[in-house]
Design a protein around this ligand. Structure first.
Ligand code: AP5
Ligand code: MG
Length: 190
């Protein structure tokens, strides 16, 4: 099985690019953000726990997302691998992923990172707010917190995966089609 991590700051275009990547390479797209939003919409206990943290632009506890990922790995069949979007997001989650995969003698295949500057994050998220109505896109304070959380807790993963020789970065500032072409050209070499 292949385990690709689709990495990048909020609004970089992970969700936008994931579906064509998943279709092209027969991967199961797993977005922890989307899974959490489904739990919130369903009014589950897990959703209730996650809601206030997500609305504040903070991360939900590592154990919650690790559990969601592990259960998806266990129950998904008929794919060549997984495309992890928004996970891992802390070095603890990255270590947990490594040990989950090591149990079956597997490892992360590669990290595909879509990079955009902070100024563009706000522009992209403001644009999406008008279309999708995500609660965590609604206020500047929440967006600023997500950007801060990304730099503090998630960006250290760049070094984590670079050291393992698994980190590949794409310039995410072009059009959706330009970014997709760059991703496909990279994926073809991985
Ligand atoms: P999550 O859902 O993962 O949100 P995020 O990381 O903030 O990323 P986004 O979904 O905002 O951005 P994206 O890169 O998918 O951009 P998109 O393609 O939509 O997480 C939400 C929350 O859940 C977190 O804050 C946290 O609380 C919690 N959570 C999730 N995972 C967790 C974890 N592992 N641990 C702990 N907590 C976790 O694009 C954005 C917009 O830009 C769209 O409108 C799109 O059309 C547009 N766009 C995309 N590409 C382009 C382009 N090239 N040119 C122009 N416009 C573009
Ligand atoms: Mg997304």
């Amino acid at each position: 099985m292949k385990y690709f991590i689709l990495f990048g700051p909020p609004g970089a275009g992970k969700g936008t690019q994931a579906s064509s990547m998943a279709a092209e390479y027969n991967l199961c797209h797993l977005s922890t953000g989307e899974l959490l939003r489904k739990e919130i919409a369903a009014g589950s206990e897990l959703g209730l726990k996650a809601k206030s943290l997500i609305d504040a632009g903070a991360l939900v506890p590592d154990e919650i997302v690790e559990g969601m990922i592990e259960s998806a790995f266990r129950t998904t069949t008929g794919v060549s691998g997984f495309l992890l979007d928004g996970f891992p997001r802390t070095t603890a989650q990255a270590a947990a992923l490594d040990s989950m995969l090591a149990k079956s003698g597997e490892e992360v295949t590669a990290v595909v990172s879509i990079m955009i500057p902070d100024s563009m994050i706000k522009e992209r998220i403001r644009h999406r707010a008008a279309i999708e109505g995500r609660a965590d896109d609604a206020s500047d304070e929440t967006i600023d917190n997500r950007i801060r959380t990304y730099h503090d807790k998630t960006e250290p993963l760049v070094g984590y995966y670079r050291e393992k020789g698994k980190y590949h970065e794409i310039d995410g500032t072009g059009t959706i089609e330009e970014v997709r072409a760059k991703i496909f050209s990279l994926m073809g070499k991985l």
